[in-house]
Write a protein that binds this ligand. Structure first.
Ligand SMILES: O=C(O)CCC(=O)C(=O)O
Ligand SMILES: [Fe+2]
Length: 670
């Protein structure tokens, strides 16, 4: 259908009008959500709505369609965005594209998208400094030849996996096979005394010898885990258990390329492309501090050409100008590790259920993360199964905050524990997260929306929340930087004008001449008591093991009476002191013991650490959790260091310091 027109009035077909309407709508959306202004004046550059990597459009498909209209100068595809920018060599080509490609249906694999193009005066091309690899991480491309690759793949006999092993059931995705020693996913550890009958296959030896010869590793590995991922499968972010394996971890990628994500506790994310036949060497911070994981997905956003290869130099400006989508195929990785027989150097490896010497205050990020892993996360994991059998009620002043939120508010409870705050105000949309998957499971069973996440890196969009709470979480971070990073992360989640409520345990357990419940309850009332006063105890009754890592949790009946506590002395030679329950604090960084009640031991969650095994009849195991108790004013000062924070109020509530923060309204969403 031809559109006939006279000057000033253009007659358009119905179809053309529809396309025009949609194109205008798309340009409004780009302006509103992306801040991209379009112009009606023809230029050489166009924004292509729906033509982005975020829509599943590949660079190859889009550029083929665009090139039919003329020669391209640049094509810029930002990662995850639903649009692309194209600049033609001439205005004329751009006009052609505008006419002929508007409303054009582009087929991309199984997806079809309709493109809407508008002229722009300039294209945005964020020149981001290229991110360095995490410290200690080395990627060696083409480490094995295609022949060796085939040989290695053939060496794995998938017909005899250890699928019958119960621990294996925990792995719903990807196929896994172990050699030398079995890595158990139920306790994230290896049975060091129980080598598997089958050691590392012979076929691997030349590869391993090359690793040693090239100094990628000092000693021959004795454990191999083969992971096989189909497209769409992945592995959750994790740090390979410190106490199970030596420093260096070698991971050989075979078959299809994938992207492994490394995350620093401060929130930094470094995606690393792992081509087939490459070797990844993880040591130092990249092995101990950063988590690594593979997001389950079918496509990865990757550089369109190999940046390492000089033959592939692209004239396109900007790093985003040469991104594309890579369809994943089957990838098989060989992860070689050496079983650790001595305790890890950076901190004691036992999760404190035994009388090992206490750790020292951390002096670097790696130590801090390790301390928290051993003295916070592992302890909670060890006692987590008890939480489901305990009950507790929310604290009144936290409820007051929650109930003051307008209906429809979006609330994030970072460190939600068993979800006790998630249902307080049914008028708000509440989502929780916690480090402990066992606690998240409990939330799920209670019908709450919750997911596993570290408080330093919460996978929620910036400015997506009207309110956040962090109850008895931040005191488990062992350095000032990490506590600050935790506050910063909460503020990132808030929309401008949004509010956050933070509770941390107070150094001052006696305030305004009033002893906190924690001090007062020298003789604990019977467990399971849910009187209102008991609530306020929960987090301050840290000794009972309740309070939480990223949350307040009940611990009513799993602790032995306080008078059984026999703690070691206070401050000693730079080591963290072990606190005596229900006494005043005399130091800010300490270990708080929790006595596991008889009959309530870790059960299936037994970690396999020889020194943390509960004996059949000995005294109740004692777990130690790390805390940094806050002095008056300290929480406020911490929060004030975060840009755009207003402290609305601050108070002392039953042995806790509390603040309500507001994100500055003038802060732009990032
Ligand atoms: O597939 C990989 O390269 C990593 C596997 C891994 O991280 C592990 O098994 O711990
Ligand atoms: Fe790993």
């Amino acid at each position: 259908e031809e559109s006939s027109g006279t000057i000033g009035a253009v007659r358009r077909s119905k179809e053309e009008k529809k396309v025009l309407r949609k194109q205008i709508k798309a340009s409004h959306t780009l302006l509103k959500h992306e801040g991209i202004s379009t112009t009606s004046q023809p230029t050489k550059s166009l924004v292509v709505a729906n033509g982005g990597l975020g829509n599943g459009v590949t660079r190859e498909d889009l550029s083929a369609a665009l090139k039919e209209m003329g020669e391209l100068e640049t094509l810029i595809m930002h990662p995850h965005k639903p649009y692309a920018f194209v600049t033609y060599r001439s205005d004329e080509s751009a006009r052609e594209a505008h006419i002929h490609l508007n409303g054009h249906k582009l087929q991309c694999g199984e997806n079809g998208v309709t493109l809407y193009l508008s002229f722009v005066d300039s294209v945005t091309c964020e020149e981001e400094a290229s991110v360095p690899l995490p410290e200690g991480l080395v990627l060696v491309e083409d480490f094995v030849s295609p022949e060796e690759e085939a040989l290695l793949l053939a060496a794995v006999d998938w017909s005899s996996t250890n699928d019958d092993v119960p621990a294996q059931k925990a792995l719903k995705h990807r196929r896994v096979k172990h050699y030398g020693f079995e890595f158990r996913y139920d306790n994230n550890n290896v049975d060091k005394d129980k080598p598997l009958p089958v050691g590392i296959p012979q076929e691997c030896l030349p590869v391993l010898e090359r690793c040693v010869k090239n100094k990628h590793v000092n000693a021959m590995p004795d454990q191999l885990t083969v992971n096989q991922y189909e497209s769409g499968q992945g592995i959750p972010p994790h740090v390979d258990t410190h106490s199970a394996f030596e420093d260096t971890i070698l991971s050989l990628s075979l078959g299809a390329q994938t992207v492994m994500e490394f995350r620093h506790p401060d929130g930094r994310l470094v995606p690393v492309v792992l081509p087939g036949r490459s070797l990844l060497v993880m040591t130092g911070e990249s092995r101990y501090l950063w988590t690594h994981g593979i997001t389950p997905r079918k496509f990865d956003v990757v550089p369109a050409c190999d940046p390492q290869s000089p033959a592939d130099v692209t004239p396109d400006p900007g790093i985003y100008s040469n991104l594309t989508l890579n369809k994943r195929g089957t990838r098989t990785s060989f992860t070689f590790r050496k079983i650790r027989h001595e305790p890890c150097r950076c901190a004691p490896s036992a999760p404190s259920a035994s009388s090992t010497s206490p750790p020292s205050l951390p002096c670097c990020h790696a130590d801090a993360a390790h301390l928290e892993e051993e003295y916070v996360h592992r302890v909670y994991d060890a006692i987590a199964s008890h939480f489901s059998s305990t009950r507790h009620s929310p604290w009144p002043r936290v409820c007051h905050f929650l109930n003051s939120l307008p209906p429809g508010s979006v609330l994030a409870d970072v460190g939600c524990g068993n979800g006790k705050y998630l249902g307080v105000n049914p008028e708000v949309v509440a989502v929780g997260c916690d480090r402990s998957s066992a606690l998240i499971q409990i939330c799920a069973e209670r019908g709450f929306q919750a997911f596993v996440s570290d408080a330093l890196s919460v996978p929620l969009r910036t400015a997506s929340c009207d309110a956040c709470i962090s109850i008895a979480v931040i005191h488990h971070f062992s350095t000032q930087e990490r506590r600050l990073a935790a506050v910063r992360e909460l503020m990132r989640l808030l929309r401008p004008g949004g509010r956050a409520l933070i509770y941390v345990w107070a150094f001052e357990q006696e305030y305004n001449k009033q002893k906190s419940k924690y001090l007062k309850h020298q003789n604990r009332e019977h467990p399971g008591n849910h009187s209102p006063t008991k609530n306020t105890l929960e987090d301050s009754q840290v000794p009972q093991g309740k309070s939480s890592i990223h949350t307040s949790r009940p611990l009513e009946d799993n602790c032995s009476p306080v008078d059984e506590v026999r703690d070691v002395g206070k401050v000693t030679d730079g080591k963290l002191s072990v606190h005596t329950n229900r006494t005043a604090f005399n130091t800010q960084d300490l270990l708080v013991p929790w006595h596991l009640k008889e009959g309530k031991r870790r059960g299936e969650e037994e970690s396999g650490d020889a020194n943390s095994k509960p004996s059949e009849s000995g005294p109740a195991p004692v777990f130690h959790r790390y805390y940094h108790v806050f002095q008056q004013g300290e929480l406020e000062r911490l929060c004030c260091q975060v840009a755009g924070v207003k402290v609305r109020s601050t108070y002392h509530d039953q042995g806790n310091w509390c603040v309500i923060l507001e994100k500055d309204k003038s802060i732009n969403a990032m």
